[in-house]
Each structure stands twice: as C-alpha cells, then as structure tokens.
Design a protein around this ligand. Structure first.
Ligand code: DGL
Length: 285
C-alpha cells in the first residue's frame, strides 16, 4: 500500500537508473529511496516489448506494495512500453517516466531555428518510436535522428566507462548525428549519462558546433518536485538498493560507477512473474 511516509521507488534494468537516484539525492538528501535493478534481465534493450512491459509492471507493483509514495521508471524502454498502463493501474499513486522529462528538457535546450534533435537509445527504445512521436507532437517541425547503441549497456554493466572500445563505440554512434547536423542530443537510456565525458570528448572532434547533451535526470527530479511527493523533513534519507542479480557485484558497481557509498544493498528475486525482496525488506515498507 502507498504510504505518505514511504520512499520514492525507482527502477531500471541495471545501474543506469542510479543516474536519476544521484540527481534526486543531490537535491533531496533526506528523501528515502528504494531502487530496484533488474540485473537478472539486463540488458532490456534487445528483448521483445511485451516482455519488458511485463517486467516493468511487476516491478512497479512490487515497489508500490512495499510502500513507495511514487514510482519512477528510470528506464526509457520501460517508460516506452509500460508507463500508461502502470499509471492507470496504480492511480492515484504517481508513476513517472523518463521520456516526457527528456523531451521537455531537449526542447528547452534547443533555441535557434529548426530543432535538430538526436536520440541515442537502446534498440528497443528506438523501435518503439516513443521519442520521435512525442517530439513531433510537441514540436512538429523538429528533425529527429535516432541511433540505436546496442553495445553500450553491456559495456557499462561490465564496468567500462572509458578506454579505446568505449571511445570507438561512442564515436561511431555519434557520427550519424553529426552528419544530420544535430544540435541537441538526448541520452535516451539512463545508463548513457555515465559516459557523458566520453560523448563530449568524441563530439568535440566530429561536430562542427558542439551539441548539447541532455541527461533527463534533472528534469525527472523537477517533475517529482512539481508533484510535491518529495520529503524534505526526515533527518536521514535511507537509500535502499535491491538487485535481482548478485548483491555483492551490485554493491561494487554502485560504489565504483556512481560513487554511492551510503546505501543499504540487498537482494530481490523473481518468483512466478512477481518480484519479492529477499533481504533486507522490513525497513523499506
Ligand atoms: N537503462 C535502460 C533504459 O533507459 C535500459 C537499458 C537496457 O537494459 O537495455 O532504457
């Protein structure tokens, strides 16, 4: 049951959604956070849309069942496939997605002339058409170029945030956006902000004018603030991070990739299509 004192629940296939946790934490350090990384199924990007939709709805159900006051789909492909159903199913508990926030932030960042917007995303998000659809609804004259980046999530989950392989992949994925003259580039997978320094460096050598990269995390925090679901009153904001994968590996990833050292890390598991927290669970409810 949703609790007014409950944590904000967030999820992703892996460590990517922690880029949203990081932004939330920066502004609201006392907000309790419950995060689920579905690493048993990472990467989501090449799976069928129906399968991802099932994962996203079951995880949303789990986060609400343990008392989350709001759920953040810190995952583009989940937002593209499951957001509307989750909202309808769990109303009035707020459920927010990443795509609306990213599109708003991209249009705000684009000033002169015809917006030429690039979208870097997983194959599934690109195939869903969610970004061009929403961009064209809000800005019919926008020219949108999408590039699927299937290699990045596995590399990031394996701990690679720099080096020759990552640089070459990022350069290759940016090239079609440079050729299309994009001035704004949406990082349309929550893992990708972890590669922002590499993207910026590679863009420097292949774009005539350096593009603006949009990390939707801040826009999502702004959306939560407008919904007045954030808690600034409690002195300590417990951060509880669960994984359906290996908690020891996850704890190391969290520390190394995001510099998060003050979280309680635990295990969740799938059982007959549902998520169940194995440990630790009590304090999250
Ligand atoms: N970080 C996720 C997203 O924003 C999922 C990436 C994946 O597992 O393919 O789409």
């Amino acid at each position: 049951m949703t609790s007014p004192a409950g944590p904000v629940g967030l999820f992703d296939s892996g460590v990517g959604g922690l880029t949203v946790v990081r932004a939330l934490r920066r502004e609201y350090p006392s907000q309790r956070i419950l995060y689920l990384a579905d690493q048993a199924h990472v990467p989501y990007g090449d799976r069928p849309a129906e399968e991802i939709r099932g994962f996203a709805l079951a995880i949303t159900q789990f986060l609400i069942s343990v008392g989350s006051r709001a759920v953040v789909m810190a995952c583009n492909i989940s937002s593209a496939t499951a957001l509307e159903t989750a909202r309808a199913r769990h109303w009035p508990t707020p459920v927010i997605g990443v795509i609306e926030a990213a599109v708003r932030a991209a249009l705000e960042a684009t000033h002169d002339g015809t917006p030429r917007i690039g979208v870097l995303a997983t194959r599934g998000t690109v195939a869903s058409g969610a970004y061009p659809r929403l961009l064209h609804r809000l800005c019919p004259e926008a020219v949108v170029t999408q590039v699927p980046c299937p290699d990045l999530v596995p590399l990031i989950e394996s701990g690679a945030l720099n080096g020759a392989t990552i640089q070459a992949r990022c350069r290759g994925y940016l090239r079609p956006l440079a050729e299309a003259g994009c001035t704004t580039i949406i990082l349309g997978c929550t893992h990708y902000p972890l590669l922002l320094p590499v993207f910026e460096e590679e863009a420097h050598s292949i774009f005539e004018t350096e593009p603006v990269f949009v990390d939707p995390a801040q826009a999502m925090v702004d959306e939560l603030r407008h919904m007045t679901v954030l808690d600034q009153s409690s002195p300590t904001g417990e951060m509880r991070l669960l994984t359906t994968g290996d908690p020891e590996i996850f704890e190391r990833q969290v520390r190394r990739l995001l510099g998060i050292t003050d979280a309680v890390v635990g295990k969740a598991q799938w059982e007959a299509g549902k998520v169940r927290a194995v440990s630790p669970v009590e304090a999250a409810s």
